[in-house]
Design a protein around this ligand. Structure first.
Ligand code: NAD
Length: 255
């Protein structure tokens, strides 16, 4: 039996990296996947990959920070499918620099996408889940919420906030049978990390090698590693997990 049979799933930022890998895995496990991304072309590519593998998906482009766009997206899903069983708040952007170097506009942008971008989709999906009396929300935090990493001040602040928000949401919505958990990945090789390495270091190869030495696993993670953890949180197999941080970090937090 497919692990997400008959589930309607919305994944934000699913046009690339972890979101794309998760969308493909969820569809393989029987879910109908609504692929959201800011960039329609990237979302369309994820839908193409899913359909090629025989799965079901549609792309709805929207900016997760924009209430009007998100409300419209949720309305479309509601009228087409009648429910949303899983919301994966995955969309996020990077922020690099020591605090004194960070441009205030750049600071606001990271806060906006990474925190407001969790708040807004949750705000519009929750009433539907409350009506259904059930659902699973997965928020994308990061292991950086728990360990210090150089030149990541703004980004780490957002991921700590997402972890705190997850716990607060869980308390409020537990009476509606809604579970809210957080993923805390370590460094996962995606376009996001490749950009960070090339922008932050003179020698990205050396930076990559030094990141690897922080891992007990000896290597960085891959999007599929996080997708498997998201699958567990999305499925009923994790029904006793509520407000939990789930680490997928190759041992970087505890190593
Ligand atoms: P990625 O850049 O490959 O993908 C992110 C996607 O989000 C992109 O397709 C982008 O277009 C989309 N997006 C950005 N802003 C958006 C917006 N306002 N509205 C809708 N979509 C938007 O990144 P990734 O590495 O797959 O990261 C996904 C998530 O995982 C992020 O929240 C990131 O912070 C988190 N994360 C990544 C790592 C890592 O090492 N890659 C580690 C921990 C946490």
């Amino acid at each position: 039996m497919a692990r997400l049979a008959n589930k309607i799933v919305l994944i934000t930022g699913a046009g690339s990296g972890i979101g794309q890998s998760t969308a493909v895995l969820f569809a393989r496990e029987g879910a109908t996947v609504i692929v959201n991304d800011l960039e329609a072309a990237k979302g369309d590519e994820t839908v193409r990959l899913i359909e090629e593998a025989g799965g079901k998906a549609i792309c709805l482009a929207a900016d997760v920070t924009d209430p009007e766009q998100v409300a419209g997206m949720v309305e479309t899903i509601k009228s087409k499918y009648g429910r949303i069983d899983v919301l994966f708040n995955n969309a996020g952007i990077s922020g690099v620099g020591m605090l004194h170097e960070i441009d205030p506009e750049a600071w606001d942008r990271v806060m906006k996408v990474n925190i407001r971008g969790v708040f807004v989709p949750s705000k519009y999906v929750l009433p539907l889940m409350m009506e259904q009396r059930g659902g699973s929300i997965i928020n994308m935090s990061s292991c950086i919420a728990e360990i210090g990493l150089a030149r990541r001040a703004s980004y780490s602040a957002t991921k700590g906030a997402v972890l705190a928000l997850t716990k607060s949401m869980q308390v409020d919505y537990a009476p509606y049978n809604i579970r809210v958990n957080a993923l805390l990945p370590g460094t996962i090789l995606t376009p996001f990390v490749e950009k960070y390495l090339s922008e932050s270091y003179d020698d990205p190869e050396e930076a990559y090698a030094s990141l690897k030495t922080r891992q007990l696993s000896g290597d960085l993670g891959r999007p599929a590693d996080v997708a498997q953890a998201a699958l567990f949180l999305a499925s009923d197999e994790s029904k006793f997990m509520m407000g939990s941080p789930l680490y997928i970090d190759g041992g970087v937090v505890f190593g």
